[in-house]
Ligand binder design. Structure first.
Ligand code: SAH
Length: 520
């Protein structure tokens, strides 16, 4: 088989934090035709790939290979044989317990061109993020990275090390969290002293990182206490044994994210939730999805309105831009159909960014990110100007009314409409009530109404909600949501900041858990 131009890059995705990827890996991700990725490669990284790239998830969880290795090998060979550039994205480094070596052999055997792009291995990064240097002149002059898997074909790998405890050497054990008790027994039986320092680093480098530190004697009990006897809940986790593990208490430097372990419900349509989900997860939140609205293009679309003469086209939301483009596409047109005379204004940085993405040059963005700000800050007198508002069918009338009163000719061009999706009782139960969500993010009046319809007055009064924009906030108040914050800045960072405020208020009130360190 020959790979006419096809190629496979075996790429390390780094240990977890998406910023810990190499520049080379990021540039391959941005160019590849196909991304074949594992569970341990942070899915946020897929934001870097080409929009039209094919993404193939091949799983790989402990004890459970979603796609068997032989099948993955076959898939890589096949994609490359079709002339495609494949990015085989693996957690950490591809050649550290990643079966990258086997994939390379399969590719070589099939005559496929391949390359290796090293990644930062969790074997070094997870200990490091817990304040454990794997070597240290006084405390550790060598380290071994071993698997904690029990592989009957090859014997107990850890036991082979266990019988030769070396003073001042470090054992880094991957894939061992679930067998922790058995591993510790093997090490003790092999001659390691019970007081040898040991640490378990769970989800190292991520905002939800957890470190348990002690000795070989007491670590299993600590893990049991934290996990209720289910150590797998700490996966992925790395076990470090040796003197250096004792340095963690002195050198721990990585702070948990500001929303660490907070359960936040995001109610945007799934197709648009990702940037906010990424932002919240990067601050340590556990994000749950409960779409409360669906958006759809309005029919019929009034193309003639768009094609008149306009001095300004004003976008009040990113969706207005997206749906205008979709409507134009449906007419086999593109954004060049906007009148060439028109200047573009956008409310909010995200709206401006999306407009820029579709090729529109935005001339004006008000500092205050709502209609009131636009009215106040608009760069010229509006009398006799022709202003077009592509927007939701059920959008606010404020701009049209105010500018109309000031002598402008305002055209409203509905491009999309909102359909409310009130959640079922079962969804309310599992996503919001049990276990209780810390906060729900609401992005529009329709989302507020859809949620309100499924909750009792008492539940509404109890629930904490973060509303994007004043209008959403007013609707939430009107419908009896008691505890709310308003994000005036609708960007993901703005919403996250509002959530931090909302949850910290409660902490200051003394009813919540003690306040952790803030920010990353
Ligand atoms: N190639 C990967 C390792 C794959 S084996 C690398 O170089 O990092 C998978 C094991 O790596 C997990 O069972 C766990 O022991 C470890 N691991 C991966 N990501 C981790 C993380 N973020 N924190 C702690 N351990 C991690």
């Amino acid at each position: 088989m020959s790979s006419v131009g096809g190629k496979v890059s075996l790429v390390g995705a780094g240990p977890g934090d998406p910023m810990l990827i190499t520049l080379r890996a990021a540039s391959i991700l941005a160019r590849a035709d196909v991304i074949v990725y594992d569970r341990l490669a942070n899915p946020v990284l897929l934001d870097h790939c080409r929009r039209d790239a094919e993404r193939v998830f091949v799983g790989k969880e402990a004890h459970h290979h979603a796609v068997p290795q032989a099948e993955i090998n076959r898939m890589l060979v096949e994609f490359a044989s079709r002339g495609l550039h494949v990015c085989r994205l693996k957690g950490g480094d591809p050649f550290v317990f990643g079966r990258g070596g086997e994939e390379a052999q399969a590719l070589s055997a099939a005559g496929i061109e391949w390359e290796y792009v090293p990644g930062i291995s969790s074997a070094i990064a997870a200990p490091g993020y817990a304040g454990i240097p794997v070597t240290h002149r006084t405390h550790g002059s060598a380290f071994a990275v071993v698997t904690g898997h029990h592989d009957p074909a090859r014997g107990f790998e850890v036991s082979r090390w266990a019988v030769r405890p070396e003073p001042r050497s470090t054992l880094v054990i991957l894939m061992g969290a679930e067998r922790l008790n058995a591993l510790v027994d093997e090490l003790l039986t092999g001659g390691w002293a019970p007081e040898t320092p040991a640490a378990l680093v769970s989800r190292g480098t991520l905002p939800s990182q957890k470190v348990l530190q002690g000795t070989l004697r007491d670590l299993p009990e600590q893990v049991r206490a934290v996990t209720g006897g289910r150590p797998a809940t700490l996966s992925p986790a790395t076990l470090i044994v040796g003197e250096v593990a004792g340095l963690s208490s002195e050198l721990a430097w990585h702070r948990p994210g500001s929303l660490h372990q907070r359960r936040i419900v995001v109610t945007r349509p799934e197709s648009q939730a990702q940037p906010l989900v990424n932002e919240l997860e990067s601050r340590g939140a556990v994000v749950l999805s409960l779409p409360l609205i669906r958006l759809r293009a309005v029919e019929p679309f009034e193309l003639e309105t768009l094609q008149q003469h306009w001095d300004w086209v004003v976008f009040t939301s990113a969706n207005a831009v997206r749906f205008l483009r979709e409507q134009l596409r449906a007419c086999c047109l593109d954004i060049r159909s906007l009148p060439a005379t028109a200047r573009i204004a956008a409310i909010g940085r995200e709206t401006a960014r999306v407009a820029d993405d579709v090729g529109l040059r935005v001339s004006f963005v008000p500092n205050q990110m709502n209609s009131e700000g636009l009215l106040r800050e608009f760069p010229e007198p509006v009398a006799r100007l022709k202003i077009l508002l592509p927007r939701a069918r059920e959008g606010r009338d404020l701009l049209a009314r105010e500018w109309g009163a000031r002598g402008a000719v305002v055209g409203v061009l509905p491009t999309y409409e909102t359909v409310e999706l009130p959640p079922t009782e079962q969804q309310i139960g599992s996503v919001i009530l049990e276990p209780a969500a810390d906060a729900v993010v609401l992005a529009s009046g329709s989302a507020v109404r859809a949620l309100a319809a499924s909750l009792t007055a008492e539940q509404r009064a109890m629930l904490r909600v973060a509303c994007i924009g004043d209008t959403t906030g007013r609707e939430a108040r009107r419908l009896g949501f008691g505890d709310l914050a308003i994000a005036e800045d609708p960007s993901p960072a703005g919403v996250a900041a509002a959530l931090e405020g909302l949850l910290a208020v409660e902490q200051n009130g003394g009813t919540g858990p003690p306040e952790g360190p803030k920010g990353e």
